[in-house]
Design a binder for this molecule. Structure first.
Ligand code: MN
Length: 475
């Protein structure tokens, strides 16, 4: 009998980012996170994901918290565990492409405030949109000795997305200087046996570690992880059980138990995980009671697999049709979505391409003529402003929607001039820390509102400073 070679599977815990983003609209406040950090830090996770576009936005907009402050507090607490964030390539954590100087500065400040691993993705899988962030991470790594650039491929199905495509992408990611690869399956489209094939194929062409990220939406996620682990995947993304399943990730404890006693044994302490779950369970109950957690998102949404359309995109479409009193057109639009996607070069359907394709499909059906009206975003995709698609776009559609216009073929950010100085001057009156300019760059209105709120709070606190009688001091 040959001795078993141990290859412990690593787990990234998502409860502080994707899990609550997927289940409770990213509303978990920092004060809910901090008391459990000590215990989480003892598990031995590969990393804890704690930051990203939606967490940043929701912190400022709804929770009235400084996301940078959250990051620093988590960094203080997590003494042994790497912290990970999600980064939208040239769009950073926002919704438009930024100049390279902003991308560079954001990466620098993220690492300086506590991030170790930056997961960078692009909705078209146009690697040119990821290069600036990868370079910035590598630069910080050289300077600080900390920082890891992970390039994430948005997983999707379609004619263009063959095994050769994924293998070719893996080689290119290695060549561009990334430290690892993630397969980011936003909608839960990756089924178990396909996952095994995908991981083995990619592993055959790259030495980079591969991490798999999926959602339970379509009901196959834990089986997909099992097959991916057997095929040699290095890291899987899981959520502690009270915030697992449904539109979130498979449960951490379940995956740990699955691999116990095998060559993939994580070695994590189930009692410790159980204490962490005990901590989050009452909060889950609270979220169910106040409606923040809708039991609807906890089930299996098989439409995701049938139509290969992310769940969030379908619900957007339904509400757009309702507004127009055209719910009877549901199946027409459902048929139109893949057609529009083909016209636009068959991109993955992930923010923002999912919204662009979905809205255009609704227009095409309701107007009774395809592309009689095109949204500005559709025009920009056709102009090449989002980058290059895997397949060529439909020339007839280009001629109809943007007749005679010149199209961009270079990296879109090459056309954006450095803008950090301009942003600094716009928000100078609010600046209390270097990072404020970055909050402002991403969400100008929301950040300004937050700065006003922060100032008002500070003035209130300053008043209490004088209140020595009641012993109230700012802390
Ligand atoms: Mn996700």
């Amino acid at each position: 009998m040959s001795e078993q070679v141990k290859k412990p599977i690593k787990i990234m815990e998502t409860v502080l980012r994707d899990a609550h983003q997927s289940l409770i609209a990213t509303r978990m406040p920092t004060e809910m996170m901090l008391p459990i950090v000590d215990k989480m830090d003892k598990v031995g996770y590969h990393a804890v994901e704690c930051w990203g576009g939606a967490t940043f936005d929701a912190s400022l907009r709804f929770l009235k918290e400084d996301p940078w402050d959250r990051l620093r507090k988590l960094r203080d607490g997590f003494k042994n565990t790497k912290l990970q964030m999600l980064f939208r390539g040239q769009n950073i954590l926002g919704y438009r492409p930024y100049a390279d100087d902003v991308v560079d500065y954001f990466v620098q400040k993220s690492v300086a405030n506590g991030i170790d691993i930056i997961r960078i993705f692009d909705c078209l899988n146009d690697l040119r949109n990821l290069q600036a962030a990868v370079d910035a991470t590598n630069k910080v790594k050289k300077q600080e000795g900390r920082g890891h650039a992970q390039v994430a491929l948005s997983y999707t199905l379609g004619d263009a997305y063959t095994m050769d495509y994924w293998m070719d992408m893996a080689k290119k990611i290695e060549a561009m200087g990334a430290d690892s690869i993630c397969i980011k399956d936003m909608a839960g489209l990756l089924v178990p046996y396909k996952a095994a094939e995908l991981i083995s194929s990619m592993k055959s062409v790259t030495k980079l570690p591969i991490q798999l990220h999926t959602h339970y939406t379509s009901g196959v996620a834990s089986m997909t992880y099992l097959k991916a682990v057997e095929a040699g995947v290095d890291v899987i993304d899981c959520a502690i059980s009270p915030f697992a399943m449904g539109t979130s990730q498979p449960a951490t404890e379940v995956m740990v138990e699955t691999f116990k006693g095998t060559e993939y044994d994580t070695g994590y302490d189930q009692n410790l995980l159980s204490e962490i779950a005990d901590y989050f369970r009452p909060y889950r109950d609270e979220c169910l009671a106040n409606g923040l957690l809708n039991p609807k998102v906890m089930g299996v949404d098989i439409k995701t697999l049938l139509y290969q359309v992310p769940g969030g995109m379908l619900s957007n479409m339904v509400s757009q049709l309702k507004e127009q009193n055209a719910e009877d057109k549901y199946y027409d639009v459902l048929k139109e979505i893949p057609a529009v996607r083909k016209d636009l070069g068959e991109p993955p359907l992930v923010t923002p391409s999912s919204q662009i394709v979905g809205t255009q499909a609704v227009f095409n059906v309701l107007m009774g003529e395809r592309y009689k009206m095109a949204t500005d975003q559709t025009k920009d995709v056709l102009r090449g402003k989002y980058g290059q698609t895997v397949k060529p776009m439909n020339q007839e559609v280009i001629d109809k929607v943007i007749p005679g216009e010149e199209r961009i073929t270079c990296r879109p950010a090459d056309l954006i001039e450095n803008e950090l100085d301009k942003l600094e001057s716009e928000m100078a009156e609010w600046k209390q820390q270097d990072e404020d300019v970055l909050s402002y760059a991403l969400f100008p209105q929301v950040a300004t509102d937050f700065f006003k709120y922060r100032k008002a709070q500070q003035e209130k606190v300053d008043l209490s400073k004088a209140d020595t009688k009641n012993g109230a001091y700012p802390v």
